[in-house]
Design a protein around this ligand. Structure first.
Ligand SMILES: NC(=O)c1ccc[n+]([C@@H]2O[C@H](COP(=O)([O-])OP(=O)(O)OC[C@H]3O[C@@H](n4cnc5c(N)ncnc54)[C@H](OP(=O)(O)O)[C@@H]3O)[C@@H](O)[C@H]2O)c1
Length: 250
């Protein structure tokens, strides 16, 4: 039977590259996102392997839709969907935007994992896409830093609870990646994000990594690193210790 991976945020960026990589390996891939046209585009590239579910991971009824439509068992569940904004000083934010942001970046991963537990096979894996922003306060990214920090702590707790069910957990920092999220960052007003010029320079000087390279790194983590080792640390693509291992993958 074909192995099955479900990737949230699979219509663009890292999620899209990961979907294409696993489909090429012969896996069944289910991608989730809000924008139907982007999901359709990805699925069209490999219609035999990729199916899509248009859903908002931050909404209870949409998570139920994902559970209803995700066919069969799951070997890998990758919580990749996230939003950056709203950006700007944290004291300028309002409760409504806060709730929507947290619903996407924190509530979605937790309750989707919970709802999909019956689908996760023995020795399956659940992955959170983390960020350096989980571990340092970046002015203007207050909501994002807070939600990614919460996601990190959620992983610390899930790691043991999932292990009791023979499901392995991992948290991964992908580096600074050339995706629509970085495009959005480069358009930000310095008033709201004082470090914007630094991020424009990353693009101008070719310092961003590609989504395809991140997908290669993720494949190595998901398929080659042992389950117990996966939860031992937060993995970072920039960590030189493992580069020769994952860069061998083609
Ligand atoms: N790019 C970087 O430098 C970088 C660095 C560190 C970490 N990350 C993390 O990497 C992950 C992927 O981001 P990316 O860089 O590939 O950016 P991206 O292209 O903007 O990807 C985010 C994806 O999440 C989906 N999404 C957002 N809100 C959603 C919701 N409520 N429900 C369902 N899907 C939703 C978006 O699709 P829809 O809008 O169509 O729903 C989009 O496909 C994120 O977790 C991000 O925080 C990125």
């Amino acid at each position: 039977m074909n192995k099955h991976i479900l990737i949230t945020g699979g219509g663009t960026g890292i999620g899209r590259a990961l979907a294409q990589r696993f489909a090429k390996k012969g896996w069944l891939v289910t991608i989730v996102g809000r924008r139907l046209n982007l999901l359709q585009e990805v699925a069209q590239e490999n219609p035999d392997k990729i199916t899509f579910i248009s859903a908002d991971v931050g909404k209870i009824q949409d998570r139920q839709k994902i559970v209803n439509e995700a066919k069969g068992t799951l070997d890998l569940l990758v919580h990749n969907a996230a939003v950056l904004g709203p950006v700007g000083p944290i004291l300028d934010q309002n409760p409504e935007n806060w709730r929507t942001h947290m619903a996407t970046n924190v509530e979605g991963p937790l309750f989707l994992t919970q709802a999909l537990l019956p689908n996760l096979v023995q020795n399956s894996r659940v992955i959170h896409i983390s960020s350096g922003a989980a571990h340092q306060g970046i002015p203007g990214w207050g909501m994002y830093c807070t939600s990614k920090a919460a996601l990190y702590m959620l992983g610390q707790l899930l790691k043991d609870e999932l292990a009791q069910r023979n499901v392995w957990f991992g948290s991964v920092r992908p580096g600074i990646v050339d995706t629509p999220m970085q495009e959005e960052i480069r358009t930000l007003d310095p008033e709201n994000f004082p470090r914007v010029e630094q991020f424009r320079q990353y693009k101008a000087t070719g310092a961003l990594v590609t989504s395809e390279l991140v997908a290669q790194y993720l494949e190595w983590l998901l398929l080659e690193v042992s389950g117990p080792q996966l939860g031992e640390r937060e993995w970072d693509i920039r960590d030189s210790e493992w580069q020769s291992a994952w860069q061998k993958l083609t």
